[in-house]
Design a protein around this ligand. Sequence first.
Ligand SMILES: *Cc1c(COP(=O)(O)O)cnc(C)c1O
Length: 223
Amino acid sequence: MDKDISESLKIIRYNVEEAKAKYRKPEDIVRIMAVTKTVPYGRVNEAVKEGITLLGENRVQEYLEKKDFYDKNAEINFIGHLQSNKIKYIIDSVTMIHSVDSEKLASEIDRLAAKAGRQMDILLEINIGGEDSKSGVSPEAAEELLYKTMEMKNIKVRGLMTIPPIGESEKAFDRMRMLFDDLKAKDPDMDTLSMGMSADYALGVKYGSNIVRIGSGIFGSRK
Ligand SMILES: *Cc1c(COP(=O)(O)O)cnc(C)c1O
């Protein structure tokens, strides 16, 4: 079912502000990302007209089909699983990649960013629940990946991203916050925690998220 985008954003903004007022500092930034998978560009642009300034893309092919039609007032982040041979299609037009989970992928982004004459912001994706079905680096291996990526000149590690195990968001987000604080002690430039989706974004805000990634909560359930 398609949702009334204006109405759903009102509710989401209210809930984000409420969680922020309760658990966060007034100066903390929490951005609402609209996740666009399966959503026609016309509806994505409606969300931008309603003030959304950040779009999240999962699939390279789908993104390439829609990107020229997107309202240019929103910036684009890539949040889906990314194959090394597809980086070249997105390196010029996205401002951050949330799904970096290996040294190999990071070094290929670094190489192509250099070629494109830019620096790319990245997040390390953490498989916080240790699930076989999910991508992401294990919490134990995150520090080593951080050190490796910190040495790469054309990428900048801005923080961490996760998708928690179903039904365990609160425990997972609490662990993520601790891991973030640990790693930030090693790389003080880290300023971004990307966690919380339609079902658990208020919990994400409670535990320190700076970007909540919301798809169905804005646009309605996916077909
Ligand atoms: C689909 C997706 C989301 C949004 O999921 P909803 O439950 O529809 O809000 C967020 N993050 C990632 C990585 C996704 O693939």
